[in-house]
Design a protein around this ligand. Structure first.
Ligand SMILES: CC(C)(COP(=O)(O)OP(=O)(O)OC[C@H]1O[C@@H](n2cnc3c(N)ncnc32)[C@H](O)[C@@H]1OP(=O)(O)O)[C@@H](O)C(=O)NCCC(=O)NCCS
Length: 294
């Protein structure tokens, strides 16, 4: 189904007919700097990529056509994803005119009104400021962050997941905003001193003299993943294991863990589910499993 906006027409993608025009975007390394793969080498390769994307179950992709029906980019919903995911790309010459926002707004309207989707989200590299700005203009808000590594890149990067709910359908139930594991330890101040530098953590609060309960926020902001340390009592259960996704910080964190004065470090291993993992064991026996994309 074709869609129209004030300045644009969105025409369902035809990989054979549109590859040549879209190669201006997919073949440009600057445009593809944040894409899941490097730029394509030819229009034929662009056609293959578009055909693959278009064939994914649930995919709905449109070419973005500006004045004189010229194809300037692609917008739509990705297939083969659990939560409906938006995608957009524009040839460099079409940046800075509001086309991506205008086209994506029409796709969201279509997704909510005609397809009846509950929500749409977008995964955007934290450094892709233009794409983040598109999300912001579309009233998409941050739902969380994760780490990802593209196969053509040596290191993982941070990804912001932004989402918008179809408020026509129903209000969102209150989500769980945060889960904070509580670690009983024999010596709260010593554990704080041990973990704070390894985790680059901030002490959110500390109660008691000497400290009996403390909240460690794992990052430099007011909110974020956190741990609560409490003084262990006889009645409390034994050691626990916490899994922490640390993304791009994996190597530096491992370095800091092996330099720590106490605790034991098990060296990194690659797990079959695609992550690298190392374990830091606290003197109390609690195991912190740090992971990042392999
Ligand atoms: C992401 C991408 C589509 C954003 O393109 P963009 O041109 O910055 O975004 P828009 O088309 O919404 O245009 C917004 C800009 O047009 C300007 N603009 C000019 N005329 C306008 C008009 N009539 N109406 C609205 N905005 C207008 C806006 O002020 C804004 O300018 P700014 O960048 O100086 O703030 C583009 O950078 C791209 O193709 N990137 C590579 C592919 C990619 O990363 N895709 C996303 C993967 S998650």
């Amino acid at each position: 189904m074709k869609l129209a906006t004030a300045r644009l027409s969105l025409v369902p993608l035809d990989p054979d007919a549109d590859a040549e025009a879209l190669h201006t975007a997919y073949g440009d390394p600057e445009v593809m700097a944040w894409w899941t793969r490097p730029e394509t080498a030819s229009a034929a390769e662009t056609r293959l990529l578009l055909a693959e994307d278009n064939a994914q179950s649930g995919a709905m992709l449109w070419t973005i056509r500006a004045e004189n029906d010229t194809v300037v980019g692609l917008v739509g919903l990705l297939g083969a994803v659990e939560i409906p995911g938006l995608t957009w790309i524009l040839a460099k010459r079409a940046w800075g005119r509001g086309y991506a926002t205008e086209a994506a707004a029409a796709v969201i309207e279509h997704a909510f009104v005609h397809v009846g989707l509950d929500r749409v989200e977008a995964w955007v590299q934290a450094s892709n400021t233009r794409s983040l700005a598109v999300c912001r203009r579309l009233d998409m808000t941050c739902r969380g962050m994760l780490a990802q590594r593209y196969t053509h890149q040596a290191h993982p990067h941070e990804v912001v997941v932004l989402g918008r709910t179809n408020t026509r359908k129903r209000q969102e139930p209150s989500p769980v905003l945060h889960v904070e594991p509580v670690l009983p330890v024999a010596d709260v101040p010593a554990t704080l001193e041990l973990l704070q530098p390894i985790l680059s953590a901030r002490v959110g609060f500390a109660v008691g003299e000497p400290i009996e309960v403390a909240g460690l926020v794992l990052g430099p902001w007011s909110v974020g993943p956190s741990l609560r340390l409490v003084t262990a009592s006889q009645s409390q259960s034994g050691p626990v294991t916490l899994a922490l996704d640390v993304g791009t910080e994996f190597d530096s964190l491992y370095q800091r863990a092996i330099e720590a004065e106490s605790g034991q470090v098990e060296p990194p291993v690659e797990q079959p589910w695609g992550v690298r993992e190392f374990v830091f064991q606290l003197p109390d026996g609690h195991r912190l499993e740090f992971s990042a994309p392999a």
